[in-house]
Design a protein around this ligand. Structure first.
Ligand code: PGA
Length: 243
């Protein structure tokens, strides 16, 4: 299976900065062996669609509405994202769960909306530091993924999963390759129990992945790519991870 390296720009960027970053990434890309995507703020989708047209880099959104359309002020429907060439939608990022109260059920519905529009959801799961210290890591990630499996049934092999320990996001503290692999193996087993095609589901690791630690993480048997925040804002770092 090809690996997927996906950037999550979060609430960063500007028209000028995006153009510079994308141009630098495309200029340095060469023949990449992996799939590549960038998850950009919604207001910049049109700009980035134009900049990425015809390239090997796919476009992603950082969220998608759980609703199809209508009176949901501020929300963006999957059909709208699709119009701008969005291939991936990050759903259930811990920052959305934490700051916007997204429950496991909402995340599962968002994944369903994405699939319904032909957009691949990148479903994020992960434990907090307190949960890890209490020995609850497996229980938490399995509960989060179970909701998505329950809602999406046989379509589950069409999703991408990102394991992002909350304590590793933006902190510079990366899970060790062994710690990450251990959780990825749990998620893989859970997906296998739900789908005969679980082997083709890409399981990404996210949380302070960078140019220095990416190779050892990506060498683990069940780590099929990365969801990259901070390091995706620096063209050279992102390119090194891709390489
Ligand atoms: P980070 O973010 O790489 O800056 O830790 C990853 C993410 O939140 O997706």
């Amino acid at each position: 299976m090809k690996k997927l390296i996906a950037g999550n720009w979060k609430m960063n960027g500007s028209l000028a900065a995006n153009e510079k970053l994308i141009k630098e990434i495309l200029a340095g890309l060469g023949q990449a062996a992996c799939q590549i995507a960038v998850g950009v703020p919604s207001v910049y989708l049109a700009q980035c669609q134009g900049l990425l047209a015809g390239s090997a880099v796919d476009l992603g959104s950082q969220d998608i509405s759980a609703h199809e359309g209508g009176a949901y002020t501020g929300e963006i429907a999957g059909a709208m994202l699709k119009e701008f060439g969005v291939r991936y939608a990050i759903v259930g990022h811990s920052e959305r769960r934490q700051y916007h109260g997204e429950t496991d059920e909402v995340v599962a519905t968002k994944a369903q909306r994405a699939l319904g529009c032909g957009i691949t959801p990148i479903v994020c799961v992960g434990e907090t530091l307190a949960e890890r210290e209490a020995g609850r890591t497996e229980e938490v990630v399995k509960r989060q993924l179970a909701a998505v499996i329950h809602t999406n049934g046989h379509c589950i092999s069409e999703i991408v999963v990102a394991y992002e320990p909350v304590w590793a996001i933006g902190t510079g503290k990366t899970a060790s390759p062994e710690q990450a692999q251990q959780v990825h193996a749990v998620l893989r087993a859970q997906l296998k129990a739900a789908s005969a095609h679980a082997d083709r589901i890409q399981l990404l690791y996210g949380g302070s992945m960078n140019a220095a630690n990416a190779a050892s993480l990506l060498a683990q048997p069940d780590i099929d790519g990365g969801l990259i925040g901070g390091a995706a804002l620096k063209a050279q770092d992102f390119l090194t991870i891709i390489a």
